[in-house]
Design a binder for this molecule. Structure first.
Ligand SMILES: [Zn+2]
Ligand SMILES: [Zn+2]
Length: 159
């Protein structure tokens, strides 16, 4: 079975959507494995359980107001203390990629949708003026002249 670009875009959309959902569930389960999971003395910025991932995502502000984050090496060191957070971190990175793919698929589908809508629009009828001044849709075309005749009693109103 060959797949059209439209079908492919729909499949990409559904696949990415599901992957994001699954990753979110997995991340939640991994956080339950965090060695800090039962320590409710500290919460993260979102008010949730403070984990090793919360720690590496923290911004540190020095006395001069300069912000700094963990370097990759510092981050890996903290995450190495907790297998749950290590897996959660990897799943978060994977989810980020799937979210990107989801966004791209969504934009493609919107683009295709807009193309379909544009193609569906009827072309504007061609309007011309009769000799008497009445206007209407072109109803005469002899190959050189395209015009509108209103077919009233006046001689100028019919060919
Ligand atoms: Zn942890
Ligand atoms: Zn006329």
């Amino acid at each position: 079975m060959s797949t059209s670009k439209f079908e492919q875009a729909c499949a990409d959309y559904a696949e990415a959507r599901l992957a994001v959902k699954k990753a979110t569930l997995r991340i939640g389960a991994y956080f339950d494995e965090c060695t800090r999971a039962n320590d409710d003395s500290r919460v993260n910025r979102k008010g949730g359980q403070y984990s090793h991932v919360s720690q590496v995502l923290e911004w540190e502000v020095d006395d001069h107001g300069n912000e700094s984050t963990y370097t990759a090496a510092e981050r890996d060191e903290v995450l190495a203390e907790c297998p749950g957070c290590q897996k959660a971190w990897q799943a978060i990175q994977a989810r980020r990629e799937w979210r990107k793919k989801f966004g791209i698929a969504k934009r493609r589908i919107t683009l295709f949708g807009n193309q379909i809508l544009a193609a569906r629009e009827e072309p504007e009828p061609e309007i011309a003026t009769c000799g008497c001044g009445a206007t209407g849709e072109v109803n005469y075309d002899d190959g050189t002249e395209r015009r509108y005749y209103c077919y009233s009693a006046l001689s100028m109103c019919s060919p």
